[in-house]
Write a protein that binds this ligand. Structure first.
Ligand SMILES: NC(=O)c1ccc[n+]([C@@H]2O[C@H](COP(=O)([O-])OP(=O)(O)OC[C@H]3O[C@@H](n4cnc5c(N)ncnc54)[C@H](OP(=O)(O)O)[C@@H]3O)[C@@H](O)[C@H]2O)c1
Length: 409
């Protein structure tokens, strides 16, 4: 283990989600705990404001610009784990991943930009394997509840039935919480990149796009993109906006866990919309709304109008009260090859995208700082494949999440 000055440095401590993260770290660890942490960003003035806001004057501060490799290298050399909330990652994130890989520094972030994830794996995985850097994207609402939710379900299925589930469906039963400007900027950027690049559009449709080469998975994966009636959950379902990201991460986890779920594994995600006509019409509206948003975001003039007049700007997001009132409930049904069925649930106690994400990311970083390099070598890992069950326990103890079995038969 290296003797870096800090265990964790939070890069982007001034972002909407970064500030909540700093507040959580102060509450959970404070300035004088065994865990040594610091904050970082490009603006001394803004970082000082964050320190005052959270009474974090004793926390050290590092200045670095996301586009300056020398400053980034100076920052990452001082820590064992770097947490980044500087996004959209496809616009600002690559230099930091590069220097973490070069210096063998562990890294986690909140990206849900799957096209950027793939680009980073293609460019840096081989070097990370050599230097020992563990890079863990998607360590927030996308994709921790989905990825660890599937791991939890499979572990329970093994305990109860002695076999894993070949097929798993996740349905969002309830969710309350708004998006932030940073998340919207990331979604708009995906639509913009996809509009220009037909290869990317093709890649975004591939459920195994971030699986390692030669993964060998052939199982056809359905995508809930319109209103559908779900027999297993007995309700109408519509598309879940994070499904494209989460499903890819879950398949990569299966591959990195040596096909630990199944070699013919099926996984999909959707949102429960209720029963009867009302449920059907809500599911339809959800599908239409999402398609229209992506279409408007892909076309230059309508994108300009959306960005200028309708969408939140970077740095904006749900109020503290909205974060406190937010929550999420996700249910999973898994079916084994021999037909046995298990139903599980994951819940969170704050708005998923910010209040809860910040707590998940903080505990993910703490967990990453504990994972021995001899246990997990350098490379691009997923939440389930590197954080595993110990993170589930931390999230339950410190982050307001619950993981439970509802039924098994
Ligand atoms: N996966 C999830 O569940 C999830 C949830 C929430 C957010 N996210 C993602 O997390 C990211 C942050 O979201 P947000 O809403 O918190 O973003 P935000 O408020 O817009 O903040 C962006 C951050 O990036 C920093 N930044 C921009 N350019 C920089 C540069 N050249 N050098 C250094 N720092 C720079 C900003 O610093 P200044 O303050 O100095 O401008 C700010 O700290 C987004 O990509 C979003 O999509 C994901």
């Amino acid at each position: 283990m290296t003797t870096a000055k800090y265990d964790i440095v939070i890069f982007g401590a001034t972002s909407f989600v970064g500030q909540i993260l700093v507040g959580y770290m102060m509450q959970e660890y404070g300035a004088n705990s065994q865990l040594k942490w610091a904050i970082a960003g490009r603006s001394q003035e803004k970082l000082d404001e964050v320190k005052v806001k959270y009474n974090a004057q004793e926390i050290d501060l590092i200045l670095a610009n996301a586009s300056n490799e020398a400053e980034l290298t100076n920052m990452v050399k001082q820590t064992r784990v770097i947490v980044s909330t500087v996004g959209p990652y496809a616009l600002y994130g690559e230099p930091l991943v590069k220097v973490c890989v070069e210096t063998g520094t562990d890294y986690c972030d909140l990206t849900g930009e799957i096209q950027w994830y793939k680009r980073m794996v293609d460019r840096y995985e081989k070097s990370a394997q050599k230097t020992g850097a563990r890079i863990v994207h998607c360590s927030g609402f996308d994709s921790i509840p989905s990825d660890l939710g599937v791991l939890f379900l499979q572990d329970k299925a093994k305990d109860v039935f002695g076999e894993t589930c070949q097929k798993v469906k996740m349905r969002v039963a309830n969710l309350k919480g708004g998006a932030s400007g940073g998340t919207i900027a990331s979604m708009v950027n995906i639509a913009k990149e996809a509009a220009k690049d037909s290869n990317l559009r093709k890649e975004l449709k591939n459920p195994y796009s971030i699986c390692p080469e030669n993964h060998g998975f052939k199982s056809r994966q359905d995508n809930v993109s319109t209103a559908e009636f779900d027999e297993e959950f007995d309700c109408w379902v519509g598309p879940f906006v994070m499904g494209v990201v989460n499903t890819r991460v879950v398949h990569r986890s299966n591959a990195l866990l040596n096909n630990g779920y199944h070699s013919n594994f099926y996984y999909d995600e959707a949102m429960m919309m209720g029963k009867g006509r009302k449920g059907k019409s809500r599911a339809r509206n959800m599908a239409w709304g999402l398609n229209i948003f992506m279409l408007l975001a892909a076309i230059k003039p309508s994108r300009w109008l959306l960005e200028r007049f309708i969408l939140l700007k970077p740095g904006q997001g749900p109020t503290e009260e909205e974060q406190l009132k937010g929550y999420f409930k996700m249910q999973f049904i898994g079916i084994t090859e021999s037909g046995k069925k298990i139903k599980t649930q994951v819940t969170g106690d704050r708005d998923p995208g910010y209040g809860s994400t910040a707590k998940m990311l903080a505990q993910a970083a703490v967990r990453l700082s504990e994972v021995n390099k001899s246990e997990k070598a350098g490379g691009f890992w997923t939440p389930a494949s590197i954080y595993g069950e110990p993170l589930i326990n931390k999230l339950v103890e410190h982050s307001g999440l619950s993981f439970e079995v509802l039924e098994s038969e």
